[in-house]
Design a protein around this ligand. Structure first.
Ligand code: COA
Length: 230
């Protein structure tokens, strides 16, 4: 039998990932974001960066060879002459050109959204496919978000988390986030409090050293990954 290895690839979310991202949203959050919110942010919000973790499977024999090119999904095109008319109609009514989005075929197992504000990077969402939790993917997403904030020269990373979400809080605390405030009854679905968490300066030598140690431990435990922000 041929051995199969898995390598994780962190890369920017594109429109073709959104259907899989919505599956993860559904199993992760009480209050789902609509697909249009992701689309709008990806296309128009210059502060927002969304990253996904894609799972790349390689048979042992292929492991040294480059991965084959993804076959593009064949998208049915409108009859000649109708294309421009349809696009114009969609543009007028504010719709998106759904048919032209190529759906990604590689499995997406998690995502993170970061807004790069003037002084801080704010993590707006982070989630891992339920079947893949507990394997270091949430940690990989947080590593990537902090790396993005560092490269973009932000001072601190902040986020909000439900008071009851112990798993997420443990993840953030591991990466030096501290509870700095509470927004009472912040979540409208169950009136739950939001805990505001923030890092110390991510540029400080002590924070860089913490991240370096944690990244090293993560690599030893979960293997190598590819990090690609463009
Ligand atoms: C929170 C979440 C992203 C963690 O992802 P994950 O891939 O399961 O987490 P990892 O395997 O990378 O774990 C990393 C660290 O997180 C913490 N952690 C993760 N799951 C935990 C759990 N069930 N209980 C306690 N701590 C947990 C631990 O500190 C762990 O480090 P350790 O392995 O050294 O103990 C995931 O549970 C999830 O998607 N939850 C639903 C969505 C959500 O709540 N998002 C957060 C919104 S603020």
């Amino acid at each position: 039998m041929q051995a199969t290895s898995v390598r994780y690839h962190v890369r920017p979310m594109d429109l073709g990932d959104i259907s899989q991202v919505m599956e993860i949203e559904q199993e992760s959050f009480l209050n789902m974001w609509p697909a249009t919110a992701f689309k709008r942010d990806i296309q128009h919000n210059h502060l927002a960066r969304y990253l996904v973790v894609a799972e790349q499977r390689q048979d042992a024999e292929e492991a040294v060879a480059p991965l084959p090119e993804r076959e593009p999904r064949v998208v049915p095109m409108p009859p000649p002459g109708m294309g421009r008319w349809l696009s114009e109609l969609k543009r007028l009514f504010g719709g998106e050109e759904e048919g032209e989005v190529e759906t990604s075929r590689e499995p997406i197992v998690g995502f993170v959204g970061v807004w790069l504000m003037p002084d801080e990077a704010h993590i707006v969402t982070i989630a891992v496919r339920e079947s893949h939790r507990g394997r270091g993917i949430g940690e990989l997403l947080l590593i990537a978000a902090i790396e993005l904030a560092t490269l973009d020269d932000r001072e601190v990373v902040t986020l909000e988390v439900r008071a009851s979400n112990q798993a997420a809080q443990a993840l953030y605390e591991k990466y030096g986030f501290r509870k700095v405030d509470v927004r009472h009854r912040y979540y409208s679905d169950n009136q739950e409090d939001a805990v505001i968490m923030a890092t110390d300066s991510i540029r400080s030598a002590s924070y860089q050293a913490l991240c370096q140690r944690l990244r090293q431990e993560h690599r030893e435990r979960c293997g190598h990954y590819d990090l690609d922000f463009n």
